[in-house]
Design a protein around this ligand. Structure first.
Ligand code: PEP
Ligand code: MN
Length: 379
């Protein structure tokens, strides 16, 4: 249950009254949350626990209470209960991330050499792209595979990002100390860029790590769906992040694991883009690289990676995470699915075509709805 305060309410007085009423419900906990609303600051009191017997009308009648919403879905923070008051999405590094925007985050799976990173950032800059990916900490299936350079590469990665106008880099973290290392390196470099902290599919239910990324507000979080989790389980994991205070989350679909997906690395789950839009207030990212896992193409010439990305973009995806490398055959991680720069440029053009088609779908649909309404009104 969520209680929304009137804009000029005396919150302490309201809280006092609510507490008095809740004396009868000792297992219900209170959490005060203040958000930047569409036209004003919005203060919400979240009632957490067994609230089914709490009388909504009694709370709603208290002075200083604008309204009380009973939340039936589990997603009290990432859900859409207060969507009319609080805008969907967030701004980071001057870029808007919401359910209408679209950003391409491209780069290597793992940061390897300075030269490769510099070439990548330069190429992105030339294409007018200011968002990149590149892992410093890599969770690998085998302990003998390259695990990433760790903190040692952060200073030069951030410096190069600044040099080429990269505003945000998506970077996976595996433990709390990685968040601190990134924060420190950004501070020491003077914040030439920003970082979106990535929670990889292997940590999708690492609740302690989710709480850690949620309890800082400096950097947004890119949460990757668990490869063996239902959508609901993954959304609940996002709720862990948000309930610690950080609502700046992008939800990433990256395919789910099953032999039924072969020959793709995972089964593409991009039909869930509109579902996540509907259930939550989160922007939705798609990751065609890890969904597909190869650069195989169909007889029409387009790679499966292009086709999969198109499926997400035509449904309104807001971010694409895609791997590209100047020399994929030398990449230390995920070379077989990494696009060359030439292929990446074609990929970007294809995304533009599909994005335009999505906008056309929306226009055509809304024109048809308006036409029906006009006919009904005239009748
Ligand atoms: C990645 O994006 O670098 C990655 C490891 O992806 P995932 O966690 O989805 O496997
Ligand atoms: Mn990868």
């Amino acid at each position: 249950m969520i209680l929304i305060f009137e804009p000029d309410a005396n919150k302490d007085q309201v809280l006092e009254k609510v507490r008095q009423y809740l004396d009868n419900f000792p297992n219900v906990k209170l959490k005060l949350i203040e958000l930047e609303g569409k036209t004003r600051k919005v203060a919400e009191l979240h009632l957490i626990g067994p609230t089914h017997e709490i009388r909504q009308d009694i709370l709603a009648a208290m002075p200083g209470v604008e309204r009380v919403i009973r939340i039936s879905a589990k997603y009290r923070q990432i859900g859409r209960a207060d969507v009319d008051l609080v805008p969907v999405g967030f701004t980071y590094q001057g870029l808007r991330f919401d359910q209408k925007s679209l950003h391409i985050f491209a780069g290597p799976c793992a940061v390897d050499t300075k030269e490769n990173v510099e070439e990548t950032f330069k190429m992105l800059n030339e294409l007018g792209i200011h968002t990149a990916r590149g892992g410093a900490y890599k969770p690998r299936t085998s302990p003998y595979d390259f695990q990433g350079h760790g903190a040692s590469c952060l200073p030069w990665v951030f410096e190069l990002a600044g040099k080429y106008g990269i505003k945000v880099i998506a970077m996976e973290v595996l433990r709390e100390s990685h968040i601190e290392e990134i924060q420190r390196a950004l501070d020491e470099a003077g914040h030439p860029t920003g970082v979106m902290l990535q929670i990889g599919t292997r940590n999708a239910q690492n609740f302690e790590l989710l709480k850690e990324v949620g309890s800082q507000n400096e950097m947004p979080v890119l949460y990757k769906r668990g490869m063996g989790l239902t959508l609901e389980e993954s959304l609940n994991a996002c709720e862990y992040i948000a309930s610690e205070g950080n609502r700046n989350i992008v939800f990433c679909l990256r395919g789910v694991k099953s032999q039924l997906g072969l020959p793709h690395r995972n089964i593409v789950d991009f039909a869930h883009v509109p579902v996540v839009h509907r259930l939550t207030r989160l922007p939705v990212c798609i990751d065609p690289s890890h969904s597909i896992g190869s650069k195989d193409a169909s007889p029409d010439g387009l790679m499966d990676i292009f086709h999969a990305a198109a499926q997400g973009v035509i449904s309104g995806a807001n971010m694409i995470l895609v791997e590209t490398h100047p020399a994929p055959e030398t990449a230390l991680c995920d070379g077989p699915q990494s696009l060359t720069f030439k292929e990446f440029e074609r990929f970007v053009r294809d995304v533009e075509v599909v994005r335009e088609a999505y906008q056309k779908r929306l226009d055509t649909y809304s024109r048809s709805v308006i036409k029906d309404m006009t006919i009904q009104e005239a009748a």
